[in-house]
Ligand binder design. Structure first.
Ligand SMILES: [Cu+2]
Length: 360
């Protein structure tokens, strides 16, 4: 409804402007001035240019930055987030400044040099010095912006530091599945052919590294330590988005991506900073990936390192929770798989490859 009113108001203003223009033209004709070189409409158009410049700039800036409060820029909670913010505001400042200056010239000149009686245009075809200046300065500034942005990007998406916590995140319609490597700090292989209703991530239990992998309900990461997200998708393109960490990376089927960062504020720190005891970091999907897109939300908890370790150690391997998948482990590895996963041996009969009872 509001949109219709706004559109109707704009149409009405245009109609009024046109009516004023028509009336002033008719007045000129009645006065017999219609053959004058400069009609009064010319000055009117010039004034409109000036008004558009002033109100356009004020309105545009208000529209873009009027909401600049705590909700507009979320507090930053990662090391590289500070770099990203700085890059953003430098780019915004430089391009914003150039935008304002060029608009002032564009509309200001249209007003100042409007057609007047006996005014002749100054013939000024070329100036090499000016051309050089306005080519080289933007080239240097843009090169610096692009280079610093590229450097930050290469850092974020490049090799993560030694000893990073690795978390695998898989997007699918419509949720996230998250896997940790377990005590061996190594994620097991996956294979799309292994995906079924229970083994949603397609963990391949032929790989030893998968025996202790666990799938938690929440993502936990330690404060002050590098965390590597290994990202993939099962069906369509999703996007891993966490605004406080300034984290965004597409999850693409068949093309694993990654992103590493260092969280700098625990969930408790952030609850204190935002004065919101219910604050939670959340991971959301920001690709419109289908009708259930809105449901793709996952809680991220940033723990102090010692709490993180406690949480990590308390997690149960997925294989232990789903002991029937021991049948997918090659026969010669089943015993070590059950030891690594903590499945109690007497409950499992290896002789015929059939699991007699799963340990829960
Ligand atoms: Cu999605």
């Amino acid at each position: 409804m509001l949109n219709i009113i706004v559109i109707a108001a704009i149409v009405l203003i245009l109609v009024i402007l046109f009516a004023i223009y028509r009336v002033s033209s008719l007045v000129d004709i009645i006065k017999g001035e219609s053959h004058n070189k400069v009609s009064s409409a010319n000055g009117f158009q010039g004034t409109l240019m000036l008004l558009f410049l002033i109100f356009g700039l004020i309105g545009g800036f208000y529209y873009s930055f009027g909401g600049l409060d705590d909700d507009f820029i979320l507090p930053v909670a990662s090391e590289h987030g500070v770099v990203t913010d700085k890059l953003f505001w430098w780019t915004m400042g430089i391009t914003g400044f150039v935008f304002v200056v060029t608009q002032i010239f564009l509309f200001g000149f249209a007003w100042k040099y409007q057609h007047r009686e006996n005014q002749v245009a100054y013939y000024y075809p070329h100036n090499n010095k000016l051309e050089t200046i306005w080519t080289i300065i933007p080239a240097i500034v843009l090169a610096i912006l692009v280079f610093t942005g590229w450097k930050a990007w290469v850092d974020i998406t490049g090799e993560s530091p030694e000893g990073s916590e690795v978390v695998e995140i898989m997007g699918y319609q419509y949720a996230w599945a998250v896997r940790y490597p377990g005590a061996d700090s190594k994620l097991g292989e996956y294979d799309y052919r292994k995906i079924d209703a229970t083994n949603q991530m397609g963990i391949d239990f032929a790989d030893r590294a998968s025996f202790d992998d666990f799938i938690p309900r929440e993502i936990h990461v330690p404060k002050g330590k590098p965390v590597l997200f290994k990202i993939r998708a099962r069906d369509v393109i999703h996007s891993v988005y966490q605004p406080h960490f300034r984290l965004q990376m597409n999850a693409v089927p068949g093309m694993p991506t990654q992103f590493w960062f260092v969280p700098t504020k625990s969930t408790a720190d952030m609850q204190a900073e935002t004065k919101n005891p219910d604050f939670q970091y959340e991971l959301v999907c920001n690709k419109i990936c289908g009708k259930g897109h809105f449901a793709m939300r996952y809680i991220i908890v940033v723990d102090e390192p010692e709490d993180y370790k406690k949480w990590f150690d308390s997690q149960e391997p997925w294989l232990k929770q789903n002991a029937d998948y021991l049948t997918e482990v090659p026969a010669n590895l089943r015993e070590s798989a059950s030891i690594v996963a903590g499945i109690e041996l007497p409950e499992v009969d290896f002789s015929n490859g059939i699991i007699s009872s799963g340990s829960k």
